[in-house]
Design a protein around this ligand. Structure first.
Ligand code: AOF
Ligand code: ZN
Length: 358
């Protein structure tokens, strides 16, 4: 199962709107087939592993990191494929939360006389599929908030100078993290100040994450990296009601997808923003700031994981704070996270924190 889960993680960032599942087929103690969900979400993991196993699937055990599907969707049900291939035993990590499946995959397998075990490494599976589960259960994607900051939590000098706070190894690690998410998201201020390309570079990926920019008024530079590449790598602009019609037309002409969102006070509302992105099929979003967008996601309790890269320099109080105002009087209401990982990356420190859910 650990192998099936790690195969499944290979597909993260490329399978949306589907979950990224891994499957291993074992016969007489030997691995005879391995598969994971393919880019775009199909084929599913099981038919790939079954095709590799061929005749050896007869009487074998299939380890699957999610309940095999039971519905006739864009592909035939994986549960049927396992039955037809003569699989004797299915070991699964966790039930599928898609209402079209939700236990019915296990039921089909059991009806066909297959021995079914579930709940193996379920905690890891729940983490790996968290984006898919959130999308099917709450209608929103999993949100990772990444910040690269100075020792004193600043992301730029007073004049906006921010390149570079962290070293090349940390920046490379960020690219690998982008690749594991369906989309990379920034606020309009960051898009204007940094002219980012928000792509995955030098890692040989086949599929780039969607670039999401949250911009109430669509006042984004038309000569920047995002505008120049919008026809090749998706750019989705999440804006408020009644954006300037000329800007809207221009961005559509450049190839961007416009996504209208509700406002709260003067900003795009965080909950509606994520709801719209979930509707559009995203399961995992990597937010890279800036401070206003980070604050609005945190205020609404919509950040699932924090990733910090902390560098050994200080910028001082006049520098730009990584996270905007949260309006807290006491610590009781401060967003809290549990430490899940620390690592030295080049000359910087990586720390990851998971949302406290209880
Ligand atoms: C599996 N194995 O590898 C994946 C599964 O639109 P479709 O027909 O591709 O079906 C998508 C649903 O299939 C998705 O919502 C989830 O329930 C399941 N994904 N199931 O057996 C896989 N990716
Ligand atoms: Zn399937």
């Amino acid at each position: 199962m650990a192998l099936a889960l790690s195969l499944g993680r290979r597909g993260q960032g490329t399978c949306w709107p589907n979950p990224s599942v891994g499957c291993v087929i074992v016969r007489d103690g030997r691995v005879v087939g391995r598969g994971w969900t393919q880019p775009g979400g199909r084929p599913h993991a099981e038919p790939i592993a079954l095709a590799q196993a061929g005749e050896a699937a007869q009487g074998a055990t299939a380890y699957v990191s999610l309940e095999p599907c039971s519905h006739h969707g864009k592909t035939p049900p994986c549960a049927e494929a396992l039955i037809e291939a003569g699989i004797a035993r299915v070991v699964s990590a966790i039930e599928d939360s898609d209402p079209r499946v939700a236990g019915q995959g296990f039921a089909l397998l059991r009806e066909a006389g297959i021995d079914v075990v579930t709940g193996v490494l379920a905690e890891q599976a729940a983490r790996d599929h968290a984006g898919f589960f959130l999308k099917t259960e709450q209608g929103r994607p999993f949100v990772t908030l990444k910040l690269a900051s100075s020792f004193d939590g600043r992301i730029a000098t007073e004049t906006g100078h921010s390149q570079w706070i962290t070293g090349p190894n940390a920046r490379r690690a960020v690219h690998a993290m982008r690749a594991r998410h369906d989309a990379v998201m920034v606020g309009a201020g960051t898009a204007r100040a940094d002219d980012p390309s928000l792509t995955v570079r030098d890692l040989g990926v086949e599929r780039q994450p969607v670039r999401v920019v949250v911009s109430r008024h669509l006042d984004l530079p038309l000569m920047g990296h995002l505008a120049r590449t919008a026809s090749k790598i998706p750019v989705w602009l999440c804006h408020g009601p009644h954006p300037d019609p000329d800007r809207a037309r221009t961005w559509e002409g450049l190839g961007a997808r416009l996504i209208p969102c509700a406002l709260d006070d003067h900003h795009v509302e965080a909950a509606d923003l994520l709801h719209q992105l979930g509707q559009a099929g995203l399961t995992r979003v990597f937010c890279e700031g800036g401070s206003a967008l980070a604050a609005s996601l945190l205020e609404s309790d919509l950040v699932d994981e924090l990733v910090g890269f902390t560098a050994g320099l200080t910028i001082g109080a006049e520098g730009l704070s990584a996270i905007g105002a949260l309006g807290l009087d006491t610590l009781e209401t401060a967003p809290r996270f549990d430490l899940i990982e620390t690592q030295v990356v080049g000359g910087d420190i990586l720390h990851r924190w998971a949302r406290v859910t209880h």
